[in-house]
Design a protein around this ligand. Sequence first.
Ligand code: DX5
Ligand code: ZN
Length: 219
Amino acid sequence: SPKTIIAPSILAADFSRLADEVGAIEGAADWVHVDVMDNHFVPNLTIGLPVVQSLRKATTIPFDVHLMITDPERWAPGYAEAGAHNVTFHAEACENPVALAKTLRAAGAKAGLAIDRDTSVEPYLELLPYIDTVLIMTIKAGFGGQKFMPEMLDKVRDVRRRVSAKDLSVRIEVDGGIAADTIAQAAEAGADAFVAGTAVYGADDPAEAIRKLRALAEA
Ligand code: DX5
Ligand code: ZN
């Protein structure tokens, strides 16, 4: 798998033209980041399983599904069955992250654990052997277009230290305010997967924006 993952978030795309918007990043993006919100876990509502099932047929880019929902045990396996490459659920919403990760892996997906802005990563470090991706929010989950919070990078450093010490193959993903002026510091802290909504879909040329972000992350 590639050294650096760039995962544009379709939250910043035109929802009336999703297949075209995903087509615009084909060949440039590593994953497509799909933000699922339920207006319970976060105060915003986006898209769900039917849209993911339909969109899955429109592209070959792997899907990175970010579930900002309560009761992820009920819904997460459906996204794996719909062909998502990676399904990430929130630590704050899940009673038994290891059990859900096992369920997702059994359903053929990678399992991701997300840590929101106000959550410490410390209690979850011991779970790293059971998960494939740790998503560190660099904003408060719920909306695109927010300002990057550099103080969240201490969590990235903590996870990177543990992953290196135990020689684990865990992706460390950052989400929120990732752009040309912030991606290098996130990479420096140890992130190797980068979600970018506004920075990709707000650009005139999304594919070119992805190439620039990748170059900055790998510099
Ligand atoms: C927000 C979502 C993010 C969002 C990021 O809760 O998880 O994926 O799309 O948007 P930007 O890149 O604009 O901060
Ligand atoms: Zn997200």
